[in-house]
Design a protein around this ligand. Sequence first.
Ligand SMILES: Nc1nc2c(ncn2[C@@H]2O[C@H](COP(=O)(O)OP(=O)(O)OP(=O)(O)O)[C@@H](O)[C@H]2O)c(=O)[nH]1
Ligand SMILES: [Mg+2]
Length: 196
Amino acid sequence: MSFINYSSKEINCKIVYYGAGLCGKTNNLQYIYRRMKPEARGKMVSLATETERTLFFDFLPLSLGEIRGFKTRFHLYTVPGQVFYDASRRLILRGVDGVVFCADSQITRMDANVESLENLRYNLEDQGYNMEKIPLVIQYNKRDLADIAPIAEMRALLNKRNVPDFEGCARTGAGVFETLKAIIKLVLNDLRKGVR
Ligand SMILES: Nc1nc2c(ncn2[C@@H]2O[C@H](COP(=O)(O)OP(=O)(O)OP(=O)(O)O)[C@@H](O)[C@H]2O)c(=O)[nH]1
Ligand SMILES: [Mg+2]
């Protein structure tokens, strides 16, 4: 739920990067962190194992200037993709305003992508959100690898709602800001309409 504080003139929005294990969610946030000006970003917090798998979440707050006199902050989170961390994913989805679904383009990961998208639907609806209405953007990540599925195939499988989608390579940063800008735009549109 976007948090609008009228006395301090602040808007806070929460964006969650969701997707199967190792699809590249943490790499998205790391790239954003590296490229944002220090005055626009807060500290990035990562709770990860030694092998860099996200254990609980990553968190990166961004200050994106003012909208009609309100300081606007976006709080970016990633969920842990590993199947057994479902309780954490549910917790992190609380109060979400927009979701980036990060898909792994490798052919061998298609089942994991589908499973993760279904898990997102289940967890959102469990908390009273409508999967068909929540601001959603899809990123087809790891386009730099060799054994990847064609975009048309991934679209047919993962983007039935026809939401904005982008090819990406989170390691080099390709598509990362396009994805972020698109989800911010959708969240702000909803905010303007007073949906949330
Ligand atoms: N080749 C390639 N590798 C990538 C890309 N994005 C991420 N990786 C690699 O994939 C691995 C996993 O990336 P993470 O960003 O940690 O994945 P994650 O989705 O946060 O994984 P969990 O925290 O386990 O859910 C790392 O070794 C990354 O370097 C990409 O676009 N291309
Ligand atoms: Mg991670």
